[in-house]
Each structure stands twice: as structure tokens, then as C-alpha cells.
Design a protein around this ligand. Structure first.
Ligand SMILES: Cc1ncc(COP(=O)(O)O)c(C=O)c1O
Length: 495
């Protein structure tokens, strides 16, 4: 949500051209109009205004699904008027969510007996899933500390500085200290050794990411599990692991089935995944799965009975749509293991096409890894004249939305561009994007650098004399300033 700001006088009304045959006066922008307008006019006004939004298919900033099959679109529209929370009234929808939870739990190797059902819930996305998982860890830890007669008012969570902003939200909203392992140039994920060093008796869990938002890299959950097991043994603590598999949860089981990152590792107690990322459903669905019912404290579950029978719920909100749950079930049965593997393999191959095209230009360092989320994160080898933000801006002219951002501390001096490869990003588009990036590079080469050549020369001269140039001093000040700002407020709004 964006907090809305007050209007300026010039923004007070909306004018429409096409709707003018129905509407003679302009509409107030921030006040509800006094009178009604015809439905055709309302449609036309809104439709026209929305034309100015970017094209979702060319939005390479987002992991979130932008294309589904028309058959699924039909199912979505058919269930658009069902409130998911009315479980007694829509028992089949509830049953479909339970099937999804169980399928995903099996995919993550939850240790379930033949007749045992999985413990998990559908959410609005990974952010809600993470809040729920975090609350379960916090409550379990508090219960344990209370039972031992120890203070339980200073919980902390250990993560890498590369965590998505939702972890910071969890920490702030639910009063848990976030202890972040800093990154360094060339190493952009949480170092398990440092993470385990930071664990203390108040650590409610260590959160590992399967598929860092910033460069798609998988963190080494196996090593983390081994190191933490040793620390737990030595200290007598039982610090658990949560895996934020927002993107990787629907990639690793298909592309890297041998990789141990999930419930095969004993300390992994819960996992979240975004159904709307590589689960291949439109925005609005995520999942959290617990290893067993012992890992979800009973007192967090609410029982409501006024909709019919007893309904246990563990969510942050009450009402929500049913369509996304149904769409997730559609994808799981429509594609099956084979279909998901094909989609993920195609994405990986298209990522390689893009990566190779960029490498051939000789101008970029690739920051992403081949084995991870199919995305390409890259930065200029030499950004002394032009930077990645300029490339991002210029690509907009071709319709492409490619974000540029700085890495978190202590790698904040590194800027990257990131292209997320989704199912609907074809090889032709990958090739087209390479061509457009090359065009942007040649245009940039012809225009004066943001940083004047004189300053670059001065830097070279100063380096020869062993002194700091004006440019270097400027950069140092900028870096310190950025670090100051980033330390106060995480700015990685990339999703
Ligand atoms: C690693 C990670 N965790 C959590 C999230 C938040 O996910 P959602 O948008 O499903 O709430 C993201 C989003 O990109 C992510 O990359």
C-alpha cells in the first residue's frame, strides 16, 4: 500500500475525452462525485487512465505471475464472488486449499506418515506467510523461556542483510530485533558461519532465503543446519531455521531435487513460498507450511463457529478472495511435476540466453548465479561515466521495466540491474532485450557521462600520485551517506 498524500489544487479533477458523450463535467479526483455516471462512462474513464500503467508482461522487475491459461482465467472469474473465509458455505474451496497445502508439504519433504495431514495455510503472499511463521517462532520461544523462568522480552531473529523488506516489517511490527549478517562485495547472501556466530539464547530462529531477492542466489541451508546443530548441541539451545523460499520453493524441487534445503533438514521447522511467483498464479497467494503441529503453538489458532461449524484459522486478515486458491490448485493438477519442471527449465534456459548476450557485450559483470532463481543480475564493469540507473531509465523507452538498485550493507557501493525471467518471458523477448540493451549502451557511449571525463582523468592522475581525487572523495561521501540512509531505513523495495 502507498500512503496517499494530500492533493494539490491542479490535481483536483479528472477529465475524460472518450467518455464526454456521457459525462459533461469532469470528475472530482479525491471526493466522491455527487451523482452517478453511466457504466460505459465509468469503464471508459478507468480503462483509459489505466493505459498509462506499464505493460505487466514487460515488467521484468517482478517475480509475480503475469500470464495464466484462459481456462484458469475462467475459473478465477467464476469464483471472484466467493469469500474464502466462509468455509462452511464453500467447503469445496476449503478442500482445495487443504489439497494444495498437502501437495506443497510433500514437495518440501515434510515428514508425514501415510494418513497424516500437513500443517499449513494459504496466505495473501509470502509476506503474510512470514508474519505467521515468525509469530509461531516467537510464541514458541516465549513459552520455552517462561517455562525456564528466564526473561522473554528481547527476542531476536538472525538473517542476512539481503532479506526482503517483509522481514524488516515483521521485526518492527512484532517487536523482534533483526540481527543482519552484513554482505560484502562479491558475496551477496547470508554467510552461515557468521549467522550462527550471531545466534544467542534469545534468537527465535535463523531465516535463510532460498532465492535472494537481490540476485536470486540460494543460501546454503544445509551448511546452516549443520553449524546450528553443532551450536545447539554445545549450548543446549534448540534454535530452529525458517526457510524463506518465496521464489525458490517452486524452483528447487524441479530443477535441483537433490539439493537439501527443506524439511529433510531437521532444524527446518517452517517454510514459506509465494504461489504467485514460481507457483505460477496471479498476485495474491502464498503458503506457509510447518514441519509438524508441534511447531505451530495451539494458542495462535482461532476457532470461529458463527459461519457454521468450528473453523480453525491462523491468518492476519479475515475475508479474502477464493480465486487464487482455486487457481493454485488448477496449476498443481494441470502442470503436475512434469509441467512445473518444463516451465522452470525453460526459464533457466532463457536466463542463460540473456546472460550470454550480456557477457558478449564485455561491459557487464554477472552478479547472479546459474543455479538459483532464473534471473540475471548484472552491473557495469566500469560505471565511471554512466551508471546502471541510466540504463534502467533508457530501457523504459523500449517498454522494458528493468530495476536498478544498490546492494544492502556492506556492499552498498555495488549497483545492479535485475531481469527476472518468468514463464511468459520467451527466448525471442530475451534476444530482443539484449539487442535493446546494446542499443542503450551505444547511445550512452555517445552522450557525455554524468560524471565528466575531466574528473575521470583527474582520478587517474591522482591515483598515479597516490592521492585521492575529487571524484573519489565525492564517491566516498556518497557511500557514507548512502550507508547512513540504508542503515536507518531499508530501501530495497524490489519484490
Ligand atoms: C525472498 C523473498 N521473501 C519474501 C518476499 C515477499 O513476497 P510476497 O510478495 O509474496 O509477499 C519476496 C518478494 O519478492 C522475496 O523475494
Amino acid at each position: 500500500m502507498v500512503i496517499s498524500r494530500a492533493s494539490s489544487e491542479s490535481d483536483a479533477s479528472i477529465h475524460s475525452t472518450f467518455a464526454s458523450r456521457y459525462v459533461r463535467t469532469s470528475l472530482p479526483r479525491f471526493k466522491m462525485p455527487e451523482s452517478s455516471i453511466p457504466k460505459e462512462a465509468a469503464f471508459q474513464i478507468i480503462n483509459d487512465e489505466l493505459m498509462l500503467d506499464g505493460n505487466p508482461r514487460l515488467n521484468l522487475a517482478s517475480f509475480v505471475t503475469t500470464w495464466m491459461e484462459p481456462e484458469c482465467d475462467k475459473l478465477i472469474m467464476a469464483s471472484i464472488n466467493k469469500n474464502y473465509v466462509d468455509m462452511d458455505e464453500y467447503p469445496v474451496t476449503t478442500e482445495l486449499q487443504n489439497r494444495c497445502v498437502n501437495m506443497i508439504a510433500h514437495l518440501f519433504n515434510a515428514p508425514l506418515g501415510d494418513s497424516e495431514v500437513a500443517v499449513g495455510v494459504g496466505t495473501v503472499g509470502s509476506s503474510e506467510a512470514i508474519m505467521l511463521a515468525g509469530l509461531a517462532f516467537k510464541r514458541k520461544w516465549q513459552n520455552k523461556m517462561k517455562a525456564q523462568g528466564k526473561p522473554y522480552d528481547k527476542p531476536n531473529i538472525v538473517t542476512g542483510a539481503n532479506v526482503q523488506v517483509c522481514w524488516e516489517k515483521f521485526a518492527r511490527y512484532f517487536e523482534v530485533e533483526l540481527k543482519e549478517v552484513k554482505l560484502r562485495e562479491g558475496y551477496y547472501v547470508m554467510d552461515p558461519v557468521k549467522a550462527v556466530e550471531m545466534v544467542d539464547e534469545n534468537t527465535i530462529c535463523v531465516a535463510a532465503i532460498l532465492g535472494s531477492t537481490l540476485n536470486g542466489e540460494f543460501e546454503d541451508v544445509k551448511l546452516l543446519n549443520d553449524l546450528l546443530t553443532a551450536k545447539n548441541k554445545e549450548t543446549g539451545w534448540d534454535t530452529p531455521i525458517h526457510v524463506d523460499a518465496a521464489s525458490g520453493g517452486f524452483i528447487a524441487p524441479f530443477l535441483y531435487p537433490e539439493l537439501e534445503w527443506d524439511f529433510r533438514l531437521p532444524l527446518v521447522k517452517s517454510i514459506n513460498v509465494s504461489g504467485h511467483k514460481y507457483g505460477l498464479v496471479y498476485a495474491g497467494i502464498g503458503w506457509v507450511i510447518w514441519r509438524s503441529k508441534e511447531d505451530l503453538p495451539e494458542e495462535l489458532i482461532f476457532h470461529i463457529n458463527y459461519l457454521g461449524s468450528d473453523q480453525p484459522t491462523f491468518t492476519l486478515n479475515f475475508s479474502k478472495g477464493s480465486s487464487q486458491v482455486i487457481a493454485q490448485y488448477y496449476q498443481l493438477i494441470r502442470l503436475g511435476y512434469e509441467g512445473y519442471r518444463n516451465v522452470m527449465e525453460n526459464c533457466r534456459e532463457n536466463a542463460m540466453v540473456l546472460k550470454e548476450g550480456l557477457e558478449k557485450s564485455g561491459r557487464f559483470n554477472i552478479i547472479s548465479k546459474d543455479n538459483g532463481v532464473p534471473l540475471v543480475a548484472f552491473s557495469f564493469k566500469d560505471n565511471s561515466r554512466h551508471d546502471e540507473f541510466e540504463v534502467s531509465d533508457m530501457l523504459r523507452r523500449f517498454g522494458w521495466i528493468v530495476p536498478a538498485y544498490t546492494m544492502p550493507p556492506d556492499a552498498q557501493h555495488v549497483t545492479v540491474l535485475r531481469v527476472v525471467i518468468r514463464e511468459d518471458f520467451s527466448r525471442t523477448l530475451a534476444e530482443r532485450l539484449v539487442i535493446d540493451i546494446l542499443k542503450v549502451l551505444s547511445e550512452l557511449d555517445m552522450i557525455p557521462g554524468k560524471i565528466p571525463a575531466a574528473k575521470v582523468e583527474e582520478k587517474e592522475k591522482a591515483a598515479k600520485n597516490g592521492k585521492k581525487s575529487e571524484l573519489e572523495l565525492e564517491r566516498e561521501i556518497t557511500t557514507v551517506w548512502r550507508k547512513f540512509v540504508l542503515d536507518r531505513k531499508k530501501t530495497n523495495g524490489v519484490c
